[in-house]
Design a protein around this ligand. Structure first.
Ligand code: ZN
Length: 413
């Protein structure tokens, strides 16, 4: 059998629209991308809708699909965030995304982000982690970046059908919400009760914590409350790596992408120098991609910056971030073993004029051994629409790569 492998380079939020600041070109058309164009000219190209035409997807959903899952496998944002910051998540766990916040003595939210606290969150989180509530239900709490954190309730008979304690922006100056059941089940009622109990305990512990006492003395807002949102129940889902019996590595700086990779059973490679922005360490990413493909079947290498610049409505900066992506792909291409396909993809479009994800398709390329080359010479949203892969879904794209690797079972006899 042919021993074929895949490296997929993912430019987050790459797809865009023509922009007046770029002479009515898309950032990808405008950017100088000799390496991406070379791959398009020697490979097969197409346009991909992650789920279906016109459906915007989040980074979490987009990556789950690129990692080999179907949309209905989506476990919710909370479980993915938790996995991404290295928490253990078990089937049945109820997972919440949280903020450290500041409330006053009347339960009024003074600041939803506790003065955008950045320091010593590990210390205060430790004080409210591993608290046993009632009937064996335990609360696990871990900080993420800045004021963000994740809470897990673990135990029997819990439900994710409960409301948020977070009043959401722009509601500073209003009280936090008491958590309420969202259906009439006993589980939802019990979970809401236990979460309210936890939030009260956490408030007492945090208010007296030395880090917060110090913050108040220094004139900073104390992180004395936890606002919860987006309850999600962890599903019992088979990791893609186990199902397909393959070894896969994922190289990324962003916790959402790392969480989705963890769910899929992929090996995770990250570093502080992979920043999730334009200053990310592309040399390291490229070097790891080449090292990892030696002992793995698939390697994913991710870059976040194009999405960030799309959200910031910065077409010139987005073009610059794409040139960086081109440079990273060039470094990989130079050392690519002969039996490895190099695929280019994105998880969704983030047009600069919108500043949010939209449902427009993204261009894709597969180049490598014995590929049915098409006549497209450049990698962008307009040229790739003429490509040999045509218009396909994210699931189709991944299956085509798996088929090239000999992983897809023949139908019939
Ligand atoms: Zn985004």
């Amino acid at each position: 059998m042919l021993n074929r492998k895949v490296i997929m380079a993912i430019a987050d939020g790459l797809g865009d629209r023509p922009h007046t600041l770029l002479g009515d070109k898309t950032p990808l058309e405008y950017a100088r991308t000799p390496n991406l164009d070379h791959l398009a000219s020697e490979g097969i190209t197409g346009m991909m809708d992650l789920i279906a035409p016109g459906i915007p997807v989040g980074t979490d959903m987009g990556h789950l699909i690129l990692f080999g899952y179907q949309p209905h496998h989506y476990p919710g944002r909370g479980p993915i965030e938790a996995l991404g910051i290295g928490m253990e998540v078990k089937p049945g766990d109820i997972v919440f995304r949280c903020n450290f916040a500041t409330v006053d003595e009347n339960g009024i939210v003074v600041d939803r982000r506790a003065g955008r606290i950045r320091k010593k969150t590990e210390e205060i989180a430790q004080a409210i982690n591993g608290i046993e509530l009632e009937d064996g239900v335990v609360a696990y709490f871990k900080p993420a970046t800045e004021h963000r954190a994740v809470l897990i309730l673990r135990g029997a008979g819990l439900s994710d059908k409960i409301s948020d304690s977070d009043p959401k922006a722009p509601n500073d100056g209003k009280p936090y919400h008491l958590v309420e059941p969202l259906d009439s089940s006993e589980e939802a009622e019990r979970t809401a009760f236990l979460l309210n109990l936890y939030l009260k305990k956490a408030h007492e512990i945090l208010s007296a914590h030395p880090v917060n006492v110090e913050r108040v003395e220094a004139g900073n807002l104390p992180a004395n409350f936890i606002l919860t949102r987006g309850a999600g129940r962890m599903v019992d889902i088979e990791p893609v790596a186990e199902k397909l019996k393959i070894n896969v590595s994922c190289i990324a700086g962003e916790s959402t992408v790392l969480g989705a990779a963890e769910l899929a059973g992929y090996k995770i490679l990250t570093s502080n120098s992979m920043t999730g922005n334009i200053d990310t360490n592309i040399e390291l990413k490229a070097r790891l991609a080449i090292e990892e493909i030696a002992n793995n079947d698939i390697v994913y290498v991710h870059m976040k910056a194009p999405d960030v610049k799309g959200h910031d409505n910065e077409p010139l900066e987005k073009a610059k971030s794409i040139e960086l992506f081109d440079h990273m792909v060039g470094l990989i291409r130079q050392q690519l073993p002969e039996n490895v396909y190099l695929a280019l993809a994105a998880d969704h479009s983030t047009p600069c004029e919108v500043g949010e994800h939209t449902g427009e398709p993204v261009p894709v390329v597969i180049s490598g051994p014995s590929i049915r080359r098409d006549r497209v010479l450049q990698y962008n949203e307009l040229d790739c629409a003429y490509g040999g892969l045509g218009h396909l879904t994210g699931g189709d794209f991944v299956r085509i790569l798996h088929d090239f690797m000999g992983l897809v079972k023949k139908q019939g006899n």
